[in-house]
Design a protein around this ligand. Structure first.
Ligand code: S3P
Length: 449
């Protein structure tokens, strides 16, 4: 178990840095490449542990995947070429691996089991299994340890009987979730009839963009997406894909730069798909010195260089509604910004944060208080009182949650002494070079094993 020790920043953060490849796009490139016809080349692929969980699960089903440097090659086997895995598939800490694979595996005529780590074994899976069942899938979970009627990992899937196929579905999702939407679309590639999903707000749309580019019969209309395989030849065409940098990783560096006086930081080649850019809008609304320089599209996804020139004052924000969906993984780091803004930042409509790698409303409330920041917890959000004073150096537990660990590290830069973050190895799931990148910008961070 490693501990990070972050020293208060004595000088501005300065520099231009890359970030790891977008985790969401990486999962999809591997998964869709595996069931495509032909060889998929993925450039700019700098995976963390979560993407490797997807790669290893696919390998266990006979997919040849090589990753050399930042180039991955996936030898597609077509829609019906996956082999039955010999053992349970390990999804590690990755909810996206488990939920997207459930959709794909629900349509196969072999049996599979999916398991994950302690955190994944508490996350709700009925949101995916429920609609899959209603279209004829044979899917089951393990009773949730605390939530009656809910199920979690391990999941037991299939097999579908030889002569049966999944049926059409018209699904109105109660939550805006790209994982639910993607699981249904993946199962829909194999179904008889139309898959129709509607969500309250548009969640990240990487699945729609990539599947459409590969030739899937898919249409989007605002918050609705449909996939109608009638008349389709059943082939996804392998692509040469370029994965943009992960805006969810970039957010930690941008907020760090806004917190440390005099900082000037650029994050290069960041994906700026509008379904992901809520954090940039939140930062701008709170008067952070953010500037986005568009750099065109890669593989159907917009990219930009994002610059942060620290501004002397931040104002409290109102974070709610569809912005939360477009910043769902960035709410913890937005809390760090709120800790420095004048006034009370109100976060609402964020109940989904309670079912992420940790209960992020509860864990962030605890972390903020440990740093001496006043906050009040609500069922779907937080009120955070900003302060000008240095934060109180803290000893923080990550709760096994990479985004909590990185948020605490960023807060440590403006504390009145060294901050210790215990169980920080979870950062490897999404941002293996986090410490090195902070150091390259001038921060002092030590790692104790
Ligand atoms: C993801 C979707 C989001 C996000 C997660 C990655 C994806 O989850 O929080 O980190 O790649 O589809 P939900 O779909 O549950 O909102």
């Amino acid at each position: 178990m490693s501990t990070l020790v972050v020293s208060p920043a004595l000088r501005p953060l300065v520099g231009s840095v890359p970030v790891p490849s977008d985790k969401s796009v990486g999962h999809r490139a591997l998964l869709f490449g595996a069931i495509a016809d032909g060889v998929t080349h993925i450039e700019g692929f700098v995976p963390g542990g979560d993407n490797l969980s997807t790669a290893n699960a696919l390998r266990a089903m006979g997919i040849d995947i090589t990753i050399e440097g930042s180039h991955a090659i996936v030898k597609g086997v077509g829609l019906f070429g996956l082999r039955a895995p010999a053992a349970s598939l390990d999804c590690g800490n990755s909810g996206t691996t488990m939920r997207l694979l459930s959709g794909l595996l629900a349509a196969q005529n072999f049996k599979s089991t999916l398991h994950g780590d302690e955190s994944l074994s508490r996350r709700p899976m009925m949101r995916v299994l429920g609609p899959l069942r209603s279209r004829g899938a044979i899917v089951d979970g393990t009773p949730h340890p605390t939530k009656a009627g809910e199920v979690t990992a391990p999941l037991h899937i299939g097999p579908l009987a030889d002569d049966s196929v999944l049926q059409a579905i018209e699904y109105e999702s109660p939550v805006a979730s790209a994982q639910v939407k993607s699981a249904l679309l993946l199962s829909g590639l194999y179904a008889h009839g139309v898959t129709f999903v509607r969500e309250p707000h548009v969640s990240r749309d990487h699945t729609e963009r990539m599947l459409f580019a590969m030739g899937a019969p898919l249409k989007t209309m605002g918050t609705m997406v449909s996939l109608d395989p009638a008349g389709w030849n059943g082939k996804l065409h392998a692509q040469n894909l370029v994965v943009p940098g992960d805006i969810s990783a970039a957010a930690f560096l941008l907020v760090a730069a806004q917190l440390v006086a005099g900082s000037r930081v650029t994050v290069r080649h960041v994906g700026t798909n509008p379904t992901r850019t809520g954090i940039l809008e939140i930062m701008r609304d709170m008067q952070a010195g953010i500037h986005v320089e568009a750099k065109g599209d890669v593989g159907g996804e917009p990219v930009a260089e994002v610059h942060l020139h620290q501004t002397p004052t931040l104002v409290a924000g109102r974070i709610g509604g569809e912005t939360v969906t477009r910043a769902i993984d960035e709410v913890p780091i937005a809390c760090a910004l709120a800790a420095r803004a004048s006034g009370t930042t109100r976060i609402r409509d964020a109940a989904e944060l309670r079912v992420k790698e940790s209960d992020r409303l509860a864990t962030m409330a605890q972390v903020l208080r440990q740093f001496g920041v006043q906050c009040e917890e609500f069922p779907d959000g937080l009120d955070i009182e900003g302060t000008d004073a240095p934060l109180r150096a803290a000893e923080v537990h990550s709760h096994g949650d990479h985004r909590i660990a990185m948020t605490a590290a960023v807060m440590g830069l403006i504390a009145d002494g060294p901050t210790r973050i215990r169980d920080a190895e979870c950062i490897m799931t999404s941002f293996p070079k986090f410490v090195g990148t902070l150091r390259a910008l001038g921060a002092e961070v030590a790692v104790e094993e």
